[in-house]
Design a protein around this ligand. Structure first.
Ligand code: 2M8
Ligand code: MG
Ligand code: MG
Length: 277
């Protein structure tokens, strides 16, 4: 079994970013040696301290499926080859040697985005000061700085109308970029997603384990749908702070009763009961 999880609004509370309510399930997973793979919009810089707080040592996926990163010490590292050693990626690879950057993700959308300023009204994290990012996210200044340290994607606040957004989306597509909605922001990034990254990493585990992993995935937002669609046990964590993402009817989804980490906790404990009695 592998657990792939979104953070904001899923394992972390949408507002307080706390995870206390999920501790019993996290402990139960640890007791069974089940990897917990963080699969998030957040950056590698944000993930390093966070996974320490969570006491997690498994590989993790950053910036909406752009890259898979693993500790040198993790059993998976020999199988996770470093890829696309461009200048930007070297920056990440220096800190996390076994890192795999998914195809097309090896460059940031920010230079292209800057050129769009004259035609569309929006503001990205790279336009904002640390204090402004802290203000719009509710993160501390320290964490806001880590959120600004992006290699592959850019969160945006859209100020133009929806027609302009469609035009912007089409133009971005011609450059190989896509727009995806997170809990609070639009994210501009290359054409990867959390689902593709999950599949890639699951295949690596399959090689090591010599058996196909059962993939459990949990998320609350539109940017989680690609991952939920491909999971064996997709869990939609309810979040009253935004609209429910559209999941195709063909996906047999488990919807949590409680929100955020409390919903995460109850659902993982129930699934463990069912899958590892
Ligand atoms: C951004 O991502 C969230 C996740 O869904 C969002 O769009 O609301 C990212 O920039 C991430 O790096 C940051 O930590 C988070 C904080 O709310 O916002
Ligand atoms: Mg989320
Ligand atoms: Mg997210």
């Amino acid at each position: 079994i592998l657990v792939f999880t979104d953070l904001d609004g899923t394992l972390l509370d949408h507002d307080s970013y706390g995870f206390e309510a999920a501790l019993p399930a996290l402990t139960a997973l640890k007791a069974r040696n089940i990897p917990v793979v963080l699969n998030t919009s957040k950056t590698a810089a944000e993930l390093l301290p966070l996974r320490q707080e969570l006491d997690l040592h498994d590989p993790f996926i950053v910036e909406n499926g752009a890259a898979i990163i693993s500790d040198q010490a993790a059993p998976i590292s020999p199988y996770l080859e470093q890829s696309n050693p461009t200048a930007r990626v070297q920056q990440i690879a220096a800190d996390y040697p076994p890192s795999l950057v998914l195809p097309q993700c090896d460059h940031s959308p920010v230079p292209w985005l800057r050129q769009q300023k004259s035609q569309f009204e929006f503001i990205g994290f790279s336009d904002m000061s640390v204090a402004e990012v802290a203000d719009v996210t509710g993160l501390s200044a320290e964490k806001a700085l880590q959120a600004k340290n992006r290699l592959f994607s850019e969160p945006l606040i859209w100020h133009d109308d929806m027609e302009a957004l469609d035009q912007f989306r089409q133009r971005a597509a011609t450059q190989g970029f896509r727009l995806v909605k997170g809990g609070r922001f639009w994210h501009l990034m290359a054409k990867s997603d959390k689902g593709l990254a999950m599949e890639k990493l699951s295949t690596v585990y399959q090689t090591i384990w010599q058996t196909q992993p059962v993939n459990i995935a949990l998320g609350d937002g539109e940017n989680d749908v690609a991952m939920l669609n491909k999971a064996d046990y997709p869990v939609l964590v309810t979040n009253p702070a935004h609209s429910t993402p559209h999941v195709p009817e063909t996906t047999t989804i488990i919807t949590t009763r409680k929100h955020g980490p409390a919903g995460w906790n109850e659902t993982i404990l129930a699934l463990l009961e069912q899958l590892t009695p």
